[in-house]
Ligand binder design. Structure first.
Ligand code: FAD
Length: 403
C-alpha cells in the first residue's frame, strides 16, 4: 500500500478514470489545494477519433478551474450554427442551440476529444495519472477508502471519486447495479481530413440536418484540419457502448443515400467510421456515501442530443472541487452530500431533456418548424448554457458558513 502524501488541505483524493470528467476534477481539486491521484484502466491516453462540443456552461466551469485557456488553445471556434432538413431546406435555429451571435459571443467550442484530454492532462504534474490501473472494487473503511485493483494490488485514499464512465465500477458500490437503458439509436462517428472534402463544405460553422428517424451533424475540430461527423440512425442492434467499435461506411452511406448534398458527398469522404449504441439510465437513488462519490457518466449517463454529457462532467468536477476546498476529513460526508444535492436536479433535467430532444430530432410526425419550436421550448431561457456551476457551489458554501 502506498503512503498517503501530506497535503495542503489534508485530504488525499483518488479519482477512478481519466476521462474528461476525471481529468477536470483532478486539475480543479489540485488548484483548490487538494492532493489528488488518478487511476485509469487504459495503458495509454490515446487520441480517440471523435469531436466533442464544449458549450458555454462547460467553458465557464473550465475558466473557474483555470483550465479555459488550455482548452481554448485546442478548440476550433465556429462562426455560427445552422440547421436544415434532409431535403436541404433551412430550419429556424432554436435560440439556445450551440450558436454564435453578437449577444452570444463564440462560446461553443468544438474540440478533438484526444486533444482535449491532452490539454487537461497538461495541467497536472507528472505522476498524477496512473495508467494501466483498472479499479476492481472500492471499500469504505473507518478512516477512508480502500481501492482494490484488478491485479489485486490496493491503494488508500481519504475520498474516492468514481469518474469511470457509463460502466462504472464505483457506481455499483455506491448505488447497487442499475440497468442501462438503450435509446434504440446508433451513432456513427468519423473524422475527415478537410483536404478530402474538396472545398464542398462550409468549415466555419456547425451544421445539422434533420430527417425522419435520422440526423446528421458536422463541425470542424483540430483547428479546422478535420471535420467531425456524427450520424444518428435507428437501430435494433444492441451496439457496444464504445468509442472504438468499427462501423461500416457503406452501411452509413446506404442510410443517407436519399438525403440532399452535401451529406452523401461527406460520407463518401469518410476514411473510417466508429459506431456505438446510445444509452442512459434512470437517476440513481444516491451518488455518494460518506467518502465515495461519482461524477460524469458514472453518475448520470445521458444521450448526446443536447451535447451536454461532457459538459455536465466538467460542471460536476468544478462543483466537487469547490465544495471540497478547505474541507477537513470530518467535513467530507456533509460536503459530498452538498455536492450531490447541487448536481442532482440539473443533471436529471438535462438527462431527461436529452432523451426528449432525440425524439424531436428524429420525429416522423412533426414538421421542421414544429421540431424547431419544440427544441426551442426544451432549451427555453438558455437554462443549460447560462448556468454558472462554480457560482452555485459558492452560494451553497456561503449558506453553510452562515449557519
Ligand atoms: P468517460 O469519458 O467515459 O471516461 C471514463 C474513464 O474511466 C475512461 O478513461 C475509462 O477508460 C476509465 N475507466 C472506466 N472504468 C475504469 C476502471 N474500472 N478503472 C479505471 N478506469 C476506468 N458530450 C458533450 O458535452 N458534448 C458533445 O458534443 C458530446 N457528443 C457526444 C456524442 C456522442 C455520439 C456520444 C455517445 C457522447 C457525446 N457526449 C458529448 C457525451 C460525452 O462523451 C460523455 O458524457 C463524457 O465523455 C463523459 O465523461 P466521463 O469523464 O464521465 O466518462
Amino acid at each position: 500500500m502506498s503512503v498517503t502524501e501530506v497535503t495542503r488541505n489534508g485530504l488525499h483524493i483518488a479519482i477512478i478514470g481519466a476521462g474528461i470528467g476525471g481529468l477536470t476534477a483532478a486539475a480543479a481539486l489540485r488548484a483548490n489545494g487538494t492532493d489528488v491521484v488518478v487511476y485509469e484502466k487504459a495503458h495509454e491516453l490515446r487520441e480517440v477519433g471523435a469531436g466533442v462540443v464544449i458549450a458555454s456552461n462547460g467553458l465557464r466551469a473550465l475558466d473557474e478551474a483555470g483550465l479555459g485557456e488550455r482548452v481554448r488553445a485546442v478548440g476550433t471556434p465556429i462562426e455560427r450554427s445552422v440547421m436544415g432538413t434532409w431535403h436541404g431546406e433551412s430550419v429556424p435555429m432554436p435560440p439556445a442551440w450551440p450558436s454564435v451571435s453578437a449577444d452570444r459571443p463564440a462560446t461553443s467550442l468544438p474540440v478533438h476529444r484526444g486533444e482535449l484530454q491532452q490539454a487537461l492532462l497538461s495541467a497536472l504534474p507528472a505522476g498524477t495519472v496512473h495508467l494501466g490501473r483498472p479499479c476492481h472494487d472500492v471499500v469504505e473503511t473507518s478512516d477512508g477508502v480502500r481501492i482494490v485493483f484488478a491485479d489485486g494490488s490496493e491503494e488508500h485514499a481519504d475520498v474516492v471519486v468514481g469518474a469511470d464512465g457509463i460502466h462504472s465500477v464505483v457506481q455499483r458500490v455506491v448505488a447497487g447495479p442499475v440497468e442501462l437503458s438503450s435509446e434504440g439509436i446508433m451513432a456513427y462517428r468519423g473524422l475527415i481530413p478537410v483536404e478530402r472534402l474538396d472545398h464542398t463544405v462550409d468549415l466555419s460553422c456547425m451544421q445539422m440536418w434533420i430527417g425522419p428517424g435520422r440526423t446528421f451533424l458536422i463541425y470542424p475540430v483540430s483547428q479546422g484540419r478535420l471535420l467531425n461527423i456524427v450520424a444518428f440512425t435507428a437501430s435494433t442492434l444492441d451496439a457496444e457502448e464504445s468509442w472504438t467499435a468499427p462501423g461500416d461506411v457503406r452501411e452509413l452511406a446506404a442510410e443517407f443515400a436519399d438525403w440532399a448534398q452535401p451529406i452523401p458527398g461527406i460520407i463518401d469522404a469518410i476514411p473510417q467510421t466508429f459506431r456505438w449504441g446510445l444509452y442512459d439510465r434512470k437517476p440513481l437513488h444516491r451518488w455518494s456515501t460518506d467518502r465515495i462519490t461519482l461524477l460524469g457518466d458514472a453518475a448520470h449517463p445521458m444521450t448526446p442530443h443536447l451535447g451536454q454529457g461532457a459538459n455536465m462532467s466538467i460542471e460536476d468536477a468544478v462543483v466537487l472541487a469547490n465544495v471540497l476546498a478547505g474541507a477537513s476529513a470530518a467535513d467530507v460526508p456533509q460536503r459530498l452530500a452538498l455536492y450531490e444535492s447541487l448536481r442532482r436536479d440539473r443533471t436529471t433535467r438535462v438527462q431527461q431533456n436529452a432523451r426528449q430532444s432525440g425524439g424531436v430530432y428524429r420525429s416522423v410526425d412533426l414538421t421542421p418548424q414544429q421540431q424547431a419550436a419544440q427544441l426551442t421550448k426544451i432549451l427555453a431561457d438558455n437554462w443549460i448554457p447560462d448556468y454558472d456551476a462554480a457560482a452555485a457551489a459558492g452560494e451553497a458554501l456561503a449558506g453553510i458558513d452562515r449557519r
